[in-house]
Design a protein around this ligand. Structure first.
Ligand code: ADP
Ligand code: MG
Length: 374
């Protein structure tokens, strides 16, 4: 296995004045690590992965695999295996032949081919279907065969480009768990591309968040969730998404946050007052996750909270929890609460924000302010 290092890797399609798909990516995938590249469609994930694979040239920067610069190394000599969204299995070949095909092309000795195919089949639990043709397989089985083709090559690095996107929701969850187990079992270096933030959170040792070709933040799933570096990362990870309320700091005795249109206001907790006190009258955005919003009447008594008058727009009961979609003078606020007494849609009510779990973002730069919660 191997590390993958990117330094200032850039891709401009259509000449120097063309479209910047990747604007200088710098990060390292450590030996044995699974790093997920996540971001909305068109943000440059596939381009970045294809540059690592050698399927796309780099406009600038350096890519190193195990310390060796590979910018000018052909894809087949990079010792990498890639799994795509479309499995592209050969329809007229059996599963066994599909698995063996790449090795045969490389003139691998017959006994080795057979051993590698058996090993991959064992790892993926596809031994019983080795003699079937692709059209006789379910979507999940085809997906396993596609992964199997990568495993038989015993590559130094695995690259995955949205490999689960063609599967239905339930199968995706199952295959996600299987890929995670596969990563642990092989101890392999993997780079995994997805637009699905849940997939990113559950699979990645670390996550690289991309937007518009620019890396927004790189960290472990929990660190990204708890300490997003900017408003984009804060809004992208988490479902339902973080609530954002535009407003400003006002000095009124102490420092207070006042939501636009005077929807609500509250004194900043001491820690935040220290961080933000000097920013009176500057625009900023309050962020709070739905799980840190309570129905006021049912909030923990000892928790510091800000009361927010709302009108309930809609309820989404999920059995084990309820999403409350509400509005406060035009600010939309979603709460994620246990099943309990909740005003029905159309009624007025009061929500409460957990003051220990606030985020603030600069109104202009959209960067997170302060170094985290109080
Ligand atoms: P993602 O995989 O994150 O959806 P891509 O890496 O495929 O995004 O694309 C990034 C950007 O580069 C998009 O704006 C896309 O339209 C553009 N792009 C991708 N491939 C090409 C190409 N071969 N020629 C020109 N533009 C491209
Ligand atoms: Mg893509």
């Amino acid at each position: 296995m191997a590390s993958v290092e990117l330094e200032g890797v850039r891709k401009v399609y259509g000449g120097p004045e063309g479209h910047v798909a990747v604007a200088g990516a710098t990060f390292t995938v450590e030996d044995g690590e699974l790093v997920v590249l996540v971001g909305p469609s068109g943000c440059g994930k596939s381009t970045l992965l294809r540059m690592i694979a050698g399927l796309e040239s780099t406009s600038a920067g350096e890519i190193r695999i195990d310390g060796r610069v590979v910018n000018d190394v052909a894809p087949q000599d990079r010792d990498i295996a890639m799994v795509f969204q479309s499995y592209a299995l050969y329809p007229h070949m059996s599963v066994r032949e599909n698995l063996a095909f790449g090795l045969r092309l490389r003139k691998t000795p017959k006994a080795d081919v057979s051993a590698q195919v058996d090993r991959a089949a064992e790892i993926l639990g596809i031994g019983p279907i080795l003699d079937r043709k692709p059209k006789q397989l379910s979507g999940g089985q085809r997906q396993r065969v596609a992964v199997g083709r990568a495993i038989v090559r015993d590559p130094r690095v695995f690259l995955f480009d949205e490999p689960l996107s063609n599967l239905d929701a339930r199968l995706r969850v199952q295959m996600r768990a299987e890929l995670s187990a596969l990563h642990r079992r092989l101890g392999a270096t993997m780079v995994y591309v997805t637009h699905d933030q849940v997939e990113a959170m559950t699979l990645g040792d670390r996550i690289v968040v991309l937007n518009d070709g620019v890396i927004q933040q790189i960290d472990t799933p929990l660190a990204l969730y708890d300490r997003p570096a900017n408003r984009f990362v804060a809004g992208f990870l988490g479902s339902p998404a973080m609530n954002f309320v535009e407003g400003a700091i006002v000095r009124d005795g102490g420092a207070r946050f006042r939501a636009d249109r005077d929807a609500f206001e509250f004194p900043l907790p001491a820690w935040w007052a220290g961080q933000l006190g000097g920013r009176a009258e500057r625009r900023l955005t309050l962020g709070v996750r739905p799980e840190h919003v309570w129905v006021s009447a049912a909030r923990p008594e000892d928790a510091p909270a800000a009361e927010v008058p709302v009108v309930v727009d809609a309820l989404e009961p999920l059995g084990n929890e309820v999403f409350i979609h509400a509005t406060s003078a035009g600010h939309r606020i979603t709460a994620r609460v246990p099943p309990q007494e909740i005003p029905p849609a159309g009624e007025a009510g009061t929500l409460a924000l957990d003051l220990r779990k606030l985020h603030f973002f600069d109104g202009e730069t959209l960067e997170a302010m302060g170094a985290g919660g109080a």
